[in-house]
Design a protein around this ligand. Sequence first.
Ligand code: AGP
Length: 596
Amino acid sequence: MCGIVGYSGDKMATDIILDSLIRLEYRGYDSVGVAIVNHDIVVYKEKGQVSQLRDLVPSIDGYTGIGHTRWATCGVPSSENAHPFKSMDGRIALVHNGIIENYLDLRKELSAQGYEFSSQTDTEVLVHLVHRYMDGDLHMALRRALQDVRGTYAIAAVEFGSDRIVVARKENPLVIGVGMGENFIASDVTAILEHTSDVIYVMDGETAVISPEEIHLFSPEGQEIKREVNRITWTSEDAKKEGFEHFMLKEIFEQPKTVRDTLVCYLDGLEASDILPPVSPSSVTIVACGTSYHAGMVGKYAIEELANIPVTVELGSEFRYSSGTDNKPLVILITQSGETADTLAACREARRRGCHTLAVTNVLGSTITREADSVIMTKAGPEISVAATKTYTAQLVSLYLIALKLALNRGAIDEMGLRELKAQLRSLPTLIERVLDRADSLQDAVEVMSRAQHAFFIGRNINFPSMLEGALKLKEISYIHAEGYAAGELKHGPLALLDPDTPLVAACLRDHTYEKMISNVTEVAARGSPVLIVASDGDEQVHLLTDHVIFVPRCPPLLSPVPLAVLLQLLAYHVAKAKGMPIDKPRNLAKSVTVE
Ligand code: AGP
C-alpha cells in the first residue's frame, strides 16, 4: 500500500509534491521519492520518510512532477526499490500503488529484450513496458502496456518535455484535484485539500491525462468521457494536528463531534429514510477487517437485541470461503477507508451471490461507495492516524442506527422504545466528553500496562468485542502483545499464560454480565496477575478485588461499547506515549490495506 501524488501547474512542483506526500504517509512510509520534469527528469528517492527526503532534495526548477510514499510489499524498503522508476532512456518516470501479479513473467520477457532492472519491485516492469510501447504518445503507451498486466494499480507517469501527467486506475484509489491553471492527482483527497476542494474521482479501468489547463478522462474502452466535479466538505484544517501531539490524540478528542455528526445525519429522519432495502431480511451477515470487524461484532449484538434478526460476522479475508447458501442475507460491509481489498472482494462475492450489499464507510467516493448497492456514510472526517479511533465509534453509531431501522421495519420496537433509544443515542457525545475529561485518571493504569510485555483483555456479551478492540489498539501502537478474550474462555486455555508480569484488563460494568465478570476476575487475581478493572461510576465494590480501577460513566448496556472504546483508546495512546512509540505510524502497518 502506497500513496501517490502529482502536480502540473504554474508553481514549483517539488514542494507541493513533498507537502502532499506527508499527508499520505499514513498509507506507507518506508521509502519515498519524487520525479520532476526539468531539462531532464530529475528523480530523488530514499529509504525513510518524506522529512528525510526533503533534506536531500535541492530546489528544482520544474512545474510538473509525481511523488510516491511506499509501504513495501514487493522488495525490501530501500532507495533502489523506492519509486519513481525511470525508463532506461530516462524519458519516462512512473509511480505505482498496487500489485502487478504477473511481474515475474513480464520481467523475464523484458530482460530477454534487453531491459535492465535495478530493483526487486513489481513496478519496474511497468515503466519498461510503457517504454516498449512508446510511440510518441504516453497515454496510448500506458494503455497498451496495461493490456499485458494482471493485477491492481493506481499509476501516474510523466515524460520528458511535457507538462502532462498520465494516470490509470484499477482497484486502487485515485482522484484528480481541479485547480485554476494547475491540476493535481492523489491517492486521497486529504493530500491536496490545501490546494483545492474540487475533485474528480477516477473509476476502475479508466485513464486520464492531466495538464495545467486540461483534464481528459477516458473510459476503459478508450472513449473520452465527462465526469462531474465533486466538492469536498472536509477542510485542510481537518487533516492537521491542531496543537495535539499526535493525530491519534486529536482524533480521540474529536469523537463527541464525530459521533454527533453521524447521528445528526440519520437519526431524525430514520423512520422515513431509505438507508436499508425495503424488504426486511431474515438474516444479516456483517463483513469487515480489523477494527471495523470489531465494530461489526458489536453490531451483531445490537441487531440481534433490537431487531431480533440473526447475524453472522465474518472477516473480509474469510468471506469467500464461507458457503453461499440459498438464504440471501443482507450483507453489511464495514470499512472506514472504503478501499480495504479483502472487504471489497467480499462485497463483490456477496453481490455475485445475489445479496443486497450495504456499505458503512467514511470516505466519500471510495471504491466501496461505488460497488455496494447502498451506502451509509460515517461523518468522522479524515482519520490520519493508522490506529482507527473516531471512525470506530462512528461505525458503532451507524450500526445502532441500522439495528434501529431493522427493528422499525419489522415492528420490533414500539413508539416509546424508539423515543427512549433515540434519546440515549443523543446522549452519547456527552458520555464521551465525560470519558475525555477524566483522561488524567489513567495514570496508574498506564504505569501497570507500560511495564508489561503481554496483556489480556476480557469482556462479555456486547463488550467482548470492545475488549478485542482494546487489545488491538494496545498492540498496534505500543507493541505490547495483547490478546482479547470472551471472559468465559479464559479458563479454557489462556489462564495458563497469566502470571505476576501479565496484567489483565477486565470490563466489569454494572450490567447483566457483572457477576460472572467478577468471578472471572477473582480467578485471575488469585493467580497473582495485576488486574485492571474498568468499572461503572460509583461501583466501589471492585476495590476489594484490585487497586487498579478505571471508571467509566454509567450508560445503557447496549451503548456502553462507545464510552468504553474511548477509554481504551486513551489507555493505549498513553501507554504507547510512555514507551516513546511512533504512535501515528506504527511499524509495518498502513492505514488502508489494498492488498489481499
Ligand atoms: C485499526 O486500528 C487498524 N488500522 C486496522 O485494523 C483497520 O481497522 C483495518 O485494516 C480495516 O480497515 P478499513 O476499516 O479501512 O477497512
